[in-house]
Design a protein around this ligand. Structure first.
Ligand SMILES: NC(=O)c1ccc[n+]([C@@H]2O[C@H](COP(=O)([O-])OP(=O)(O)OC[C@H]3O[C@@H](n4cnc5c(N)ncnc54)[C@H](OP(=O)(O)O)[C@@H]3O)[C@@H](O)[C@H]2O)c1
Length: 151
């Protein structure tokens, strides 16, 4: 099964200005829907509280601190399991990722913003797969990577 981190990131690798920000600057929502429909999506409780709409047509798992990432993955019944944020949830699943999909956005947020991983102890080596155009005029693409090694 594929375990795919998907995120909208700024040029300096941030995913939100603060933990309660509603991310309304992401341009890849249509692609996000196409990729996740019929699959499992896993998010943290902070992210759930920022969502404006229901993620219909998907198996939704909301992570809490007492839940074990490995168990969540082992109980997934769909072909793909998308880890959709936020920073604490990306961190908790970092050892189990098979793919990383990042969509770059033309912003730079201050350094006290949320980085992609709030806490990461291992280095992750990636292999580039492809890029998918979101908005060519704005230079926004989703970059897809395969996780090669975590060490
Ligand atoms: N740019 C993007 O693509 C993107 C994607 C997703 C989210 N976001 C943004 O990211 C922000 C939220 O990210 P976040 O990192 O703050 O939260 P999060 O990952 O969405 O949720 C926090 C998670 O951490 C757990 N947690 C809290 N304290 C903990 C502790 N001491 N030990 C272990 N686990 C703990 C929470 O469990 P409990 O429920 O038990 O507290 C919850 O599972 C929002 O602004 C959202 O809009 C951006």
């Amino acid at each position: 099964m594929d375990v795919i981190l998907t995120a909208a990131v700024t040029v300096n690798g941030m995913i939100a200005r603060h933990p309660t920000e509603v991310v309304d600057w992401s341009e890849d929502l249509q692609l996000f829907r196409e990729q996740t429909i019929g699959q499992t999506v896993v998010m943290g409780s902070n992210t759930e509280s920022t969502l404006a709409t229901e993620l219909d047509g998907r198996e939704v798992v909301v992570m809490h601190r007492d839940m074990d990432p490995e168990t969540v993955i082992s109980q997934t019944k769909t072909e793909k399991c998308f880890i959709i944020g936020g920073a604490q949830t990306y961190s908790r699943f970092s050892l189990y990722l098979t793919h990383i999909f990042l969509t770059n956005h033309p912003y730079i947020f201050p350094s006290d913003s949320l980085t992609l991983f709030s806490n990461l102890e291992k280095e992750i080596s990636l292999s580039y797969i492809r890029k998918v155009a979101i908005d060519k005029a704005l230079g926004i693409y989703q970059f897809q990577y395969r996780v090669m090694r975590v060490d």
